[in-house]
Design a protein around this ligand. Structure first.
Ligand SMILES: C=C(O[C@@H]1C=C(C(=O)O)C=C[C@H]1O)C(=O)O
Length: 195
C-alpha cells in the first residue's frame, strides 16, 4: 500500500519546554480512554495494528542529535545520541507522534538493528528482545500551541490540548527513551476535543 504522507519538518521537537513529564496520579479520575491508551505497557504498534486495517509508519527523520534537558534524566548526559521521530498512521489517519532517543552506541548493537529500522516500527524490534525491560510510564499534557499541538493542526485537526506518555526501554544493555503523543484521529485526541 503506497502512502502519500504530508511533508513534516524534522525534528518536530528541537528544544525543551514542550512537556512536563510526571508520574500519573489520580487515575480514578481518568476516563477509560485515557487509561486504555496512556497506561497500557504492551506494544503500541501491536495495539494500533489490532484496531485498524491499515497501519503505517511515517519516518520524519532519524539522526544524531543532542538530548533535551528532560531526556538526560533517563539517558544521562550522553554526548552522542540519535533522535528518531515518526507519525503512526491508522487507516490513512494520523494517530501518534513519537520521538525516540537512544545513545549512538545502541546502533552498533546488532540485535537491536536500530540503524536499519527505516519506516519499520521500532516496537517490533524492541518487543522481540528477550531481555526487554520497560520503566514506569510518565505522562504529559501538550498545549495546543506546542510544537506537537501545531503538528496536530498542520495535519488538519482543530486546536486541542493533547496527551502523551513516555517510558524508557532497556534491551541489550541499551536505553531507548520513547515518547508517544496521541494526535489527530486517535481516540484520546478526539476525546479531548469532545470535552
Ligand atoms: C515502542 C513502540 O514502537 C512504536 C514505534 C515507533 C517508531 O517506529 O519509531 C515509536 C514509538 C512507538 O509507538 C511500540 O510499538 O510500543
Amino acid at each position: 500500500m503506497t502512502h502519500n504522507f504530508p511533508k513534516v519538518t524534522f525534528p518536530v521537537i528541537a528544544q525543551g519546554g514542550e512537556a512536563q513529564w510526571h508520574t500519573p496520579t489520580a487515575l480514578a479520575n481518568w476516563s477509560n480512554t485515557a487509561q486504555h491508551w496512556l497506561l497500557d505497557p504492551a506494544s503500541l504498534t501491536a495495539k494500533l495494528k489490532s484496531c485498524s486495517s491499515e497501519f503505517a509508519v511515517q519516518l520524519l527523520g532519524q539522526r544524531e542529535s543532542s538530548l533535551l534537558a528532560d531526556e538526560q534524566r533517563w539517558l544521562g548526559p550522553q554526548q552522542n545520541c540519535v533522535v528518531r521521530e515518526v507519525i503512526l498512521w491508522c487507516d490513512q489517519q494520523p494517530w501518534v507522534f513519537a520521538r525516540s532517543v537512544f545513545p549512538l552506541k545502541a546502533l552498533a548493537e546488532q540485535q537491536l538493528r536500530l540503524d536499519e529500522l527505516g519506516d519499520r516500527p521500532l516496537g517490533e524490534h524492541l518487543f522481540n528482545q528477550p531481555d526487554l525491560r520497560r520503566s514506569e510510564v510518565e505522562i504529559s499534557r501538550f498545549q495546543a500551541d506546542s510544537k506537537v499541538g501545531n503538528l496536530h493542526q498542520q495535519l488538519g485537526f482543530s486546536p486541542s490540548t493533547l496527551w502523551g506518555r513516555r517510558s524508557c526501554f532497556t534491551a541489550a544493555q541499551q536505553n531507548v527513551l520513547v515518547a508517544e503523543v496521541f494526535i489527530g484521529a486517535s481516540p484520546l485526541a478526539q476525546e479531548n476535543l469532545d470535552d
